[in-house]
Design a protein around this ligand. Structure first.
Ligand SMILES: NC(=O)C1=CN([C@@H]2O[C@H](COP(=O)(O)OP(=O)(O)OC[C@H]3O[C@@H](n4cnc5c(N)ncnc54)[C@H](O)[C@@H]3O)[C@@H](O)[C@H]2O)C=CC1
Ligand SMILES: O=C(O)C1=NCCCC1
Length: 296
């Protein structure tokens, strides 16, 4: 018997239910459980990815089981490297929630808002733990969906005196500024945006490095989101080699992050989200930390 039909929770409703103030502590707790590598806490294999060659995209299958919490779910996420003229979104996702005992589907949820907010939430947690105290300047490279969610999460959960944005098309950055609630400076180059910045978020669809280590100040924290395929890049080799690199999923980053794979660096520690890791940064020349996101 299939049981009750699943609840459908769609975009507007997800938006009205999810708030960073509740999401971020839950996310931090879940990341801690994932890092503990206790299979009763979280089982989350590296996602399987199916290429959608005709559409320049990928389908990622992302199951998770939290036995102690009784949560069984999977996200299905399609992501694309779309041409400039496309009006379709770069990421489209659905989250399915199942009853672990019966296997029945309990809920079908729109995954786009969830993806935007969980990714920004994980980046904000990385910044909270790894950025220098007294950080004042936030730079965001890219001005799409993830840029907006990162702006919201970072300005809501942390406090910055200045937010700068750069986009490879200036009109994209100007539109972004009009759409957000607070003051933002549009920068004409990546270098101008990141010079002196304490925290840098990279959320572009670039497949070539956009952020060079020589522009990044010692002690800065970089949250790297966009280069989620083994042949995509956002950060150059010099930055990767000078940074202490952390990831939400070490295995995921080593399998999928172009920045990690192509620079040949290793990801520091499977257990990342504790203050202790910050002290590791003092062993590298520039004390830069970089956090790459893969556990979706
Ligand atoms: N690591 C993770 O967990 C996640 C990664 N992503 C990835 O993050 C990236 C951004 O995602 P969204 O904001 O949803 O995409 P989006 O399409 O809404 O925004 C992409 C931004 O990158 C810019 N851009 C496009 N081509 C560029 C290029 N060649 N050089 C520099 N900038 C370029 C666009 O103008 C836009 O500002 C995508 O690559 C996406 O696949 C998205 C969600 C989660
Ligand atoms: O983890 C996720 O969620 C995503 N990762 C790669 C790009 C699409 C969303």
């Amino acid at each position: 018997m299939a049981g009750a039909p699943p609840v459908i929770i769609w975009e507007r409703e997800v938006e009205s239910l999810l708030h960073y103030k509740e999401l971020i502590p839950r996310l931090e707790e879940a990341l801690g459980k994932f890092s503990s590598r206790d299979s009763a806490e979280v089982i989350q294999p590296v996602r399987s990815t199916v290429p959608l060659q005709k559409h320049n995209g990928f389908l990622g299958l992302m199951p998770t089981y939290m036995e102690n919490d009784g949560v069984l779910s999977t996200k299905l996420v399609c992501f694309y490297n779309r041409g400039a003229g496309s009006t379709l979104p770069s990421v489209s996702a659905t989250v399915l929630l199942l009853d672990p005992e019966s296997g029945h589907m309990k809920a079908v949820m729109d995954g786009e808002v969830i993806t935007s907010m969980r990714t920004a939430g994980a980046s904000a947690i990385s910044a909270k733990l790894l950025m220098r105290p007294g950080a004042e300047v936030l730079a965001i490279l890219g001005t799409g969906q993830q840029a907006l969610s990162h702006y919201n999460a970072f300005t809501e959960m942390l406090s910055f005196k200045e937010v700068r944005v750069w986009n490879h098309r200036r009109e994209g950055a100007e539109k972004f500024c009009r759409s957000v609630g607070g003051p933002v400076t549009v920068c004409g180059s990546v270098e101008e945006a990141v010079r002196g910045a304490d925290v840098i978020v990279t959320v572009t669809r670039s497949t070539e490095p956009v952020l060079c280590g020589r522009w990044v100040k010692p002690g800065a924290h970089v949250a790297a989101v966009g280069a989620c395929r083994p042949d995509w890049r956002e950060l150059d080799d010099s930055l990767m080699k000078e940074a202490v690199v952390y990831a939400d999923s070490r295995e995921g980053a080593m399998a999928e992050s172009g920045d990690v794979i192509l620079s040949g660096v290793s990801v520091s520690s499977p257990v990342i989200l504790t203050g202790v890791c910050v002290s590791l940064a003092s062993y590298v020349r520039k004390n830069i930390t970089a956090f790459v996101l893969f556990a979706g």
